[in-house]
Every structure is written in C-alpha cells, then in structure tokens.
Design a binder for this molecule. Structure first.
Ligand code: CTP
Ligand code: MG
Length: 426
C-alpha cells in the first residue's frame, strides 16, 4: 500500500498573510489543490492524506471540497510528519510513503510515481537541486557549493524504515537525514526551476511559471512524424511563406488560401468547408492584422480583433465539425505578455488569444482537438521593419525558420492549452 502525504499545517509566518498561503488562490485554485490533484493524477497512491492546521481540520473545508482525508498537524513540520506517520501506522498497513510540501505547487503526478517506483531500489529518495548562488558560512568563510544540494520535496520512503528511524525532536528538516542506514538513499537531482512559495511575490511568480512553455530554437530541425494535411492561413505573409517552403520541402500536403479565397475578416465555418479542398489534420493560423495607435483605436478595433482573435474561434468551430483529431496552432505574439505602446489593439487581441487557448485548450483536447499558441518575439519579416519608425537591428529579430520548429512541433503534439514562447537566441 502506497500513501501520499501533503504537508499543509504550516503557519505561513514569512508570508505574513491573514489566510495561510496554502489556502490562497493560485491561478484560480487553492495552492493546496495542485498537490492534491497531482497525487490523484499519479495513480500510484492507495490513500492521500493532507496534514492541515487545527482550524482547517475542524472546518473540514478542504477535506470536503477535494474529497481528501485531512488529519491535524503539529507545531513544527517534523511534528506534522510524525503525526502523519503515527496516523498511518494506526490506520493502514503501508509499504511506502511519500511526503510533499503543498507550498510547492509546481509538481507533476509523474514525478510522484517515479519516486514511488524508485523505492524498488532504495529506502529513501529526496528531490534535490544544485545550488546556483555563492555559498559561505555565516562567518563569511568559503564553502564549495558543488559539495552541497538543496533538499526539496517530494521525499519518498519505505514506511517501516522511516517509522523506526524518525525522531521529530531532531533539528533536521530534510526527512531523508533521519534514515540511519545511508547506503540505500538516493538523491534525485532536479536541475529544473523548482521553488517553494515562501513570500507573497512567490505566489504571483508561481502563477506565471505554471503557464510558461518554451522551445529552444535550435531544436526541431526535422519535420515531426505523422503530420497529415495542413490548412495554412496567412501563408502569404513572411512567416507563412517560410512555413509553406518548409511544408513543400518536407512533402507535407497543404492548402494555403489567399485572403481573397478566405478572408479572415469575414470568416465563417461554412466558408472554410466550401473552400478547403480536404479535411485538414492540422490548422495553422499565422495571419495577422496590424495597426499603429495613430490609425485610431476605435477605427481599427473590429479589423484587428476579427482577424487576430475571432477568426481563431471560427477555426475551433470548424475543427469540431471535422469529428477527428485536429491540431490547431495559432500565432500569438510577445506583445501579449505586456501591452505594447503604440500597438494597443494588437497587443490586446493577442493577450485575449492566449486567454482563449488557456480557457479552451484542455476542454478541446478531450475532443482530440489540440489547440496551442506560439508566442514569438519579433520576427524578421518585411512588415516588422515597416511597423517600426526606426530601423531594428536584425540581431534582435527571430528568423522565420526559428519559429517554424515550434509551430511544427505543436502541429503534432497530443496536448492542448499551451502558450509556447520562442525567443531569439534561446
Ligand atoms: N508545514 C507543516 N507543519 C508545520 C510547518 C510546516 O505541515 N508545522 C508544511 C507547510 O504547510 C508547507 C511545508 O511544510 O507546505 C513547508 O513549510 P514552509 O514553507 O516553511 O511553510 P510554513 O511553515 O507555513 O511557512 P513559515 O516557515 O514561513 O511559517
Ligand atoms: Mg516553516
């Protein structure tokens, strides 16, 4: 029997909030929700237990809302761990136990199942990270950071071994330090960005981190396998032309209507059904309408929003009529991350496009419509030079080819709702 324990009984002293940090909202759900759902998704736990503070335990709010067993914690984190160990001992016959701090919401179910499977070979496994800053003693003496790791969670253990060795009065906060037999421990090194919500800024950082995906532009040089027929909108623009060339070179069948054949300003599902010569497996929309603020915010609103935003809603509705797996790759912009001066409507339309991808992506993926957005920095196209009053150095601009890798990777992926950044030089 495997048990997952979520540590959530802390008092958030450093965070200094009225409500403990684990119950504050993070992208619309309580911080603790992410650990609960990752444990449920992992499918390797027979029981999930949340150790919560006395007040929460009495209220039963989280227990009811997320259908999770809650038990009361203790004054220190070690006391909370000890309470969980005793509770498990009394109520279950556990083989393995995994602990996770709910203040670390950026966690995947697959990490938990990996840790549980590693217990075949070890008695204890801890998530650890190399130190990136300089390290000294409090007296200022040099310490070689390469000799140290930071211990994070999850930490997973053979239940009986931990139960026998655990002493809650020890000062150690890493649970793995409690194991007496050191030959069967494993420090699982994680180089990826990973952090704990400690201060208020961390809450907002976590919100953004959860939404970030990116590609290295030097990757994806070859065409991904299994790309079917492509409907390419915006094929005559700079990026669109580069995509056309790429599809030609890789022998991928595609249809790229001119804006006379399919006008995105007045696009309807029926227009696409009547115009597209085949039922596409992939829809790529790189068409865009731009206007500087000088052209008038009200005057340009409809055109910019219909072409950059509404057309994508029409494409989604069209994809639904196909009743088969379809990948939709839409082109957002780095101006979606922060409203750009002089590009007010364009930035707003792209920010709204990101929002649509996030709102619809997961729901559509259940119907095998995989909707994702590529967010490139400025791309070296004739248009971009035209939009800028002063000439921009091309070293700051992405080559269209660098964006294609990301577009093609997401033309074949079986996931949706991702906002994928592409940066020059990354
Ligand atoms: N924790 C716990 N029981 C305690 C103390 C901490 O279960 N008595 C949990 C926290 O809820 C958190 C995790 O251990 O998920 C890591 O602790 P930390 O980030 O230090 O949270 P707090 O102790 O709440 O914060 P602070 O130290 O600032 O008071
Ligand atoms: Mg603490």
């Amino acid at each position: 029997m495997n048990i997952g324990v979520i540590l959530a009984a802390g008092a958030s002293e450093r965070f200094q909030s009225k409500v403990h940090k684990q119950y504050l909202k993070l992208n619309g759900k309580e911080v603790i929700y992410y650990s609960i759902s990752a444990m449920q998704e992992a499918k390797c736990f027979d029981k999930i237990i949340a150790v919560v503070d006395e007040e929460e335990y009495k209220s039963g709010y989280i227990a009811n809302k997320y259908n999770v067993l809650c038990i009361p914690g203790g004054v220190t984190r070690n006391c909370s761990i000890k309470n969980a160990l005793d509770y498990i001992r009394e109520n279950f016959s556990a083989d393995r136990v995994l602990f996770h701090d709910c203040a670390r919401p950026i966690i995947k179910g697959s990490t938990f199942s990996k840790f549980i499977s590693l217990l075949e070979d070890y008695n204890g496994i801890s998530m650890c990270t190399p130190i990136v800053d300089s390290l000294v003693t409090t007296k200022g003496d040099f310490v070689n950071r390469k000799d140290y790791y930071l211990i994070r969670t999850p930490e997973a253990f053979d239940f009986n071994t931990l139960y026998q060795d655990f002493d809650e009065t020890k000062a150690d906060t890493a649970i793995i330090n409690q194991l007496k037999e050191r030959s069967k421990i494993h420090l699982f090194q994680n180089n990826q960005f990973d952090f704990k919500i400690t201060y208020p800024e961390d809450l907002f950082l976590a919100e953004q981190l959860m939404r970030i995906n990116y590609v290295h532009t030097y990757q994806h040089k070859t065409a991904p396998m299994g790309i079917g027929r492509v409907l390419l909108l915006g094929g005559s623009g700079g990026v669109g032309q580069a995509i056309s060339n790429y599809l030609d070179k890789n022998g991928i069948e595609y249809y790229a209507p001119t804006h006379k054949e399919l006008d995105l300003f007045y696009l309807s599902v029926q227009d696409i059904i009547e115009t597209c010569p085949f039922e596409p497996d992939v829809i790529i929309n790189v068409a865009a309408a731009y206007a500087n603020d000088e052209s008038g915010l009200i005057e340009t609103f409809d055109k910019i929003f219909d072409v950059n935003l509404k057309s994508n809603l029409v494409l989604i509705e069209y994809a639904k009529t196909l009743k088969k797996p379809v990948n939709i790759v839409v082109m957002s912009s780095s101006s979606s991350t922060k409203g750009r001066e002089n590009l007010t409507n364009y930035s707003a339309a792209k920010a709204a496009l990101n929002s649509i991808v996030e709102s619809q992506g997961i729901i559509l993926a259940k119907q095998e419509i995989y909707l994702n957005a590529i967010i490139p920095e400025k791309i070296n196209t004739p248009l971009i030079q035209k939009l800028h009053k002063t000439k921009i150095n091309t070293r700051e601009l992405l080559d269209a080819e660098e964006v294609i890798g990301a577009v093609m990777a997401y033309a074949a992926i079986k996931e949706g709702g991702k906002l994928v950044h592409v940066r020059k030089g990354l």
